[in-house]
Design a protein around this ligand. Structure first.
Ligand code: ADP
Ligand code: MG
Length: 711
């Protein structure tokens, strides 16, 4: 981001001696660049005058910034514990007490009749305006006016008459050290900082030049300039981010069209799919066919695919993933299919076994609970290329897993995985095709920005015959009606889920838990039905058994936690009861609701909430009632929570923003996107990798590079 010179050690600064630089180094501030990028946490405005009158008759603390004359000294308290109180008067004639707890030596510095610059936190107490937390500086005798004009103050004072930066401190540092180091860094080096946002864009977006922005962020001329500097630096950071995303998208597209495969090179392509389709018992939807076309094209092209497949819950992504895997296998590769839970991985493996084994595909399941000897066997087969499709949890990307020729990586429910985990898998073979799937759609704006360099495919259609889930809200206390309704559905032969926020009873909370409610449902209300319990603490084999029984109709009611949130597919289950629904996030609610409405029966979701709803909680439930459209829900979720939460990227520390914040700077992000696109449209040459300015941009913004895992 800065020229190389700025990477020089702080000892190059004139005013910084060995002691200070040792302290700074210990705090991780090693280079001039580091000190310039150690942006203030906040500011103290010692420019704007705030007279003592602002604290008059106010019991809460008020920041005062004024000039005063020392009137008198007093002592209060007894014996050696007596405390000095200095009475001062400001220009308007108001008096205040400076209480010098433990600092009686200040009597020396606050001589009677001396004039001072004064800054501190004041409040009205005991019939006077007083402060025990203040800073002052004498007004030198050479200043002739009794109270110099505020603008003149910075002429003789370093710490008054200006807006002072307040930095985050690490042990050993203090504000003075940092202010001094920054002053030197800016005086001596700011002119070396290069502008990387072209001037036209700066003008269009009201941004400062880089040297100005850096100077103003540390030592702002005015509050307005703080805002401008912040905007400028955030914009730059987000602009880099967007620019490199565009560039990656460009290079992928370019290479893909260059290497476009001709069908005659792949005589076997599509044979397995053609064998499979007649056996699935339904037609692919038009949307499934469309995205499959996109995916298969990418698989045949030599350039690695990087594609995000979005499709609402129940839209049939699994089948698309299977057909994609067939395509990769036909080309001689292996496919890895990763799911966030063991339950889901098993379900996928079973489906794959049913559908794909008859075609001669060799399938294996690898999860954390596969025993060591079986695991060894499996890993050997995988390394030898005897397994075509491996399905599993995150254990798929542990170090011991070696593929013979991994060519397609499928990540189901990608929102459940950290970005790093996903990349670790792709690190197994950086040229493998990657297909990320999600039903928690990333709103288009965010998809563009966070996944800016991925192609996006959307399944925008549900299989025919699906009836939207009818959603009802019920306050706690009205469960009876809900239970009666469920009973009628059970009588029709349907099944139901009951979801709770906790596994077991907790002393700390009055929330209903799955274990207790399971007993209540089984022994009480639904004693004439078969009720079972499932949660994450159960043994994996038991979980599997329970899910199998539920799927086979041997269980009528499943009391559960959010362990069934993603992926579970039991078409005959038509009722979803979520108790304490306010405890779940929108995407979790949408996913949970997606467990029903997967067959051709009418289906129902009941969201039972407790009366102590927060505003956000109310908003979430209302959206759930009004919409079954995952995209709309995700957009709303974004509004309620802010995009940073949604992307999960910042939490993972993966996007190293120093100053921008996806939660609050989404508008700047969009402007930066527009600016980057405009720039590229005017000069497509910028996208070519040879461009040296670009290389720096990439250095400044490393996200999504595969090689951070060392391949
Ligand atoms: P999701 O997209 O949520 O992962 P699934 O892949 O689990 O959805 O599919 C949901 C259900 O829809 C499954 O039972 C699947 O067999 C079925 N399905 C998938 N595609 C179709 C289709 N074209 N027509 C009818 N049913 C389909
Ligand atoms: Mg799924």
């Amino acid at each position: 981001m800065y020229q190389g010179e700025l990477r020089q050690p702080i000892t190059r600064l004139n005013g910084i001696g060995p002691k200070t630089s040792a302290v700074l180094s210990a705090a991780g501030i090693l280079t001039i660049n580091d000190i310039l990028k150690h942006y203030p946490r906040t500011y103290e405005n010692r420019l704007r005058q705030v007279p003592l009158s602002a604290a008059a008759e106010r019991t809460e603390a008020v920041i005062i910034n004024t000039q005063a004359v020392v009137l008198s000294h007093e002592l209060f308290g007894w014996g050696p514990k007596q405390t000095l109180k200095v009475i001062v008067r400001d220009e308007a004639g108001l008096t205040a007490s400076l209480v010098c707890f433990g600092r009686n030596f200040l009597a020396e510095k606050l001589k009677i009749d001396s004039r001072i610059l004064l800054y501190g936190s004041f409040q009205s107490r005991y019939n006077e305006i007083q402060s025990s937390s203040f800073e002052f500086e004498p007004i030198p005798d050479i200043v002739k006016e009794a109270f110099p004009a505020p603008e003149a103050v910075s002429g003789f004072s370093k710490n008054f008459g200006r807006i002072l930066p307040v930095y985050a401190l690490v042990s050993g540092l203090n504000q003075n050290i940092l202010r001094k180091a920054c002053t030197h860094a800016i005086q001596e080096w700011a002119q070396n900082i290069e502008n990387e946002i072209p001037e036209t864009l700066r003008t269009e977006n009201g941004l400062l030049s880089k040297p100005d922005a850096v100077r103003e962020i540390h030592f702002p001329e005015s509050e307005e300039m703080i805002e401008k500097a912040l905007l400028s630096l955030k914009f730059e950071e987000l602009f880099h981010f967007q620019f490199s995303a565009l560039r990656r998208a460009y290079s992928r597209k370019n290479a893909a069209s260059r290497l476009k495969a001709s069908p005659s090179d792949h005589p076997q392509a599509g044979i397995l799919e053609a064998k499979l389709l007649p056996k699935i018992g339904f037609q692919l939807t038009a949307a499934q066919q469309k995205v499959l076309g996109e995916i298969k094209y990418d698989i045949l092209a030599e350039k690695p695919m990087s594609r995000l497949l979005q499709g609402d819950v129940g839209s049939g992504k699994t089948l698309v993933a299977f057909i994609a895997a067939l395509s990769a296998i036909e080309e001689g590769g292996q496919a890895a299919f990763m799911a966030p839970t063991e339950l889901l991985a098993r379900q996928h493996a079973e489906n794959a076994h049913k559908l794909l084994s008859p075609l001669g595909i060799k399938i294996a399941l690898l999860t954390g609970s596969v025993k060591i000897d079986k695991r060894q066997l499996l890993l050997r087969a995988l390394a030898a290329g005897d397994i075509d499709l491996i399905i599993g949890t995150h254990s798929l990307f542990s170090e011991t897993v070696v593929f013979r020729n991994l060519s397609l990586i499928i990540v189901d429910e990608q929102q459940k995985f950290g970005v790093l985990q996903r990349l670790a898998l792709s690190g197994k073979n950086s040229s493998a095709d990657i297909l990320l799937m999600t039903a928690t759609p990333i709103p288009r704006t965010l998809a563009l920005t966070v996944f800016g360099d991925m192609e996006v495919s959307v399944i925008d259609e549900l299989p025919p015959g699906r009836i939207p889930v009818e959603t009802h809200l019920a306050a706690i206390g009205n469960e009876k009606k809900v239970y009666e309704f469920i009973r009628r559905e059970l009588q029709k032969g349907r099944q139901a889920y009951f979801i709770y926020p906790l596994i077991s009873r907790s002393d700390k909370s009055s929330l209903k838990d799955a274990e207790s409610m399971f007993k209540q449902l089984k022994d009480g209300i639904f004693s004439d039905y078969r009720v079972s319990l499932i949660h994450s603490r159960l043994d994996e084999n038991l979980k599997k058994q329970i899910m199998d029984d539920f799927r086979d109709g041997k269980i009528d009611i499943l009391a559960a936690t959010s362990v069934v949130e993603v992926g579970v597919d039991v078409p005959n289950a038509s009722c979803m009861v979520i108790e304490h629904a306010e405890r779940f996030g929108l995407s979790a609610l949408h996913q949970l609701r997606g467990r029903v409405g997967r067959g051709t029966h009418s289906s129902y979701a009941f969201l039972i909430y407790s009366p102590e709803l927060t505003e956000a909680g109310t908003a979430r439930l209302r959206i759930m009632k009004e919409s079954t459209d995952g995209f709309l829900i995700a957009e709303q979720d974004l509004k309620i929570r802010g995009p940073g939460n949604m992307s999960g990227l910042e939490q993972s520390g993966f996007i190293p923003f120093t100053i921008a914040d996806l939660n609050t700077d989404f508008d700047i992000l969009k402007d930066a996107r527009r600016a980057a696109e405009g720039l590229v449209a005017d000069d497509p040459g910028l996208l070519k990798a040879e461009n040296s300015c670009l290389r720096r941009l990439l250095e400044a913004c490393p996200p999504f590079s595969d090689d951070i895992f060392g391949g």
